[in-house]
Design a protein around this ligand. Structure first.
Ligand SMILES: NC(=O)c1ccc[n+]([C@@H]2O[C@H](COP(=O)([O-])OP(=O)(O)OC[C@H]3O[C@@H](n4cnc5c(N)ncnc54)[C@H](OP(=O)(O)O)[C@@H]3O)[C@@H](O)[C@H]2O)c1
Length: 350
């Protein structure tokens, strides 16, 4: 079957027609990919070998598709057995042979695969898995906020959380999820993203291109200076987080947490706050049992929140068709010209 392969770190990605169709284990599903999204991690894997266990490797991890074959004990996170023809989505194992999304058929681990709710489309689903799971990790693992019960959502807490990069894929889900959890949300983004962020629930937006002192002054003004929780959803703000916590130390009593999607760099020196890196990278791997258990719980909650229309799906743009269309779409995503619009490829016709 067809797929995109990379021979060694830094090599060009190529189209191959010689990949083997993998066989699902008892607790796995074999999925035919319908749509796939391009994420920043795909380039990190190709260029530096991040998370890659074996070369050549097939990139791609964010996907929606249809179950072709289900293992006998392949049960979804809501406790329902998967069966042939089910529509699914989510994040595949990264850097593991047979699991990557940029091949026609691939394996997914049933307990960390999303059954697709009927009220979202396959392309919307492909734009969702990595972003929403990372946002949940940041909020409910990194910031230690109790996981919400979709049947009994919390009342407003009145407490502020800051999200760096609310316009990113992770950030948009973080802003919405924090609102669902009852928090007031301030977020940094470009001025052009203010309206979008407000439309999905942000209470305050601050332009991250302003000088640091001005960013801190605006945050102090909107939050009244009490800002105990910060989530960096764009992996770029360790130093700024430290400066904000330092500037607002006196007006923020109690415990303070900083969580970041940047799992590759040293955390900022913690002065009166706890820094917690998050990583979705080992999803599905047998040695990531604790992470998989958390993700399974998150997926059950996310599916119910989507069904209840508590989470809006991200904007996307289909930039290619077929496995061969992935290469051009990848260039578009790397160029950054579509901003925070998710770049998708229609891998197979529905
Ligand atoms: N640790 C993990 O497991 C994990 C998982 C997923 C992602 N990540 C990492 O998380 C980061 C975000 O991923 P993503 O897919 O969500 O990114 P993305 O959707 O590609 O984010 C693009 C947006 O980020 C915003 N942005 C860029 N620099 C910013 C800054 N300094 N402050 C505020 N906003 C900024 C821009 O918003 P404007 O348009 O408003 O300018 C831009 O549109 C990446 O570095 C990715 O590798 C890590």
């Amino acid at each position: 079957m067809k797929g995109i392969t990379v021979a060694q770190p830094g090599a060009a990605a190529q189209l191959s027609s010689e990949l083997e169709v993998p066989e699902p284990s008892d607790t796995q599903i074999l999925v035919k990919g319908m749509y796939t999204a391009v994420n920043p991690v795909d380039a990190f894997m190709k260029d530096w070998g991040l998370l890659v266990l074996e070369w050549p490797f097939v990139p791609g991890c964010d996907v929606s598709g249809v179950v072709v074959k289900a293992g006998e004990n392949a049960v979804n996170p809501l406790g329902v057995p998967f069966k042939e023809g089910d529509e699914v989505f989510g994040c595949t194992r990264l850097g593991n042979k047979g699991y990557s999304a940029w091949q026609e058929q691939f394996l997914m681990d049933a307990d960390v695969a999303f059954p697709k709710p009927k009220n979202i489309t396959l392309p919307q689903a492909a734009a969702t898995g990595v972003g929403v799971l990372t946002a949940f990790l940041g909020i409910f693992a990194g910031l230690k906020i109790p996981l919400v019960d979709p049947a009994n959502l919390p009342a407003p807490t009145g407490e502020w959380v800051l999200v760096f990069g609310g316009a990113s894929s992770v950030g948009k889900f973080a802003v919405q999820t924090l609102k669902v959890a009852g928090y007031k949300v301030a977020t940094t983004c470009s001025e052009k993203s203010f309206e979008l962020l407000k439309s999905i629930g942000a209470d305050a937006t601050v332009d991250y291109k302003l000088p640091e002192a001005e960013v801190i002054s605006q945050l102090k003004s909107v939050t009244g200076g009490n800002l105990p929780l910060i989530f960096d959803a764009v992996s770029a703000n360790n130093a700024l987080a430290s400066s904000i916590f330092a500037a607002l130390a006196e007006s923020t009593p109690g415990e303070r947490y900083y969580t970041t999607t940047n799992d590759g760099e040293p955390l900022p020196e913690a002065q009166g706050f706890t820094p917690v890196p998050i990583t979705l990278g080992p999803i599905g791997r047998p040695d990531a049992a604790e992470l998989n258990k958390q993700l399974k719980e998150f997926i059950a909650v996310i599916v119910k929140l989507i069904e209840a229309e508590k989470l809006q799906m991200p904007a996307f743009s289909v930039q290619g068709h077929g496995i061969e269309g992935i290469l051009k779409a990848w260039e578009v995503q790397i160029s950054g010209k579509l901003g925070s619009t998710k770049v998708l490829v229609e891998v197979a016709e529905v």
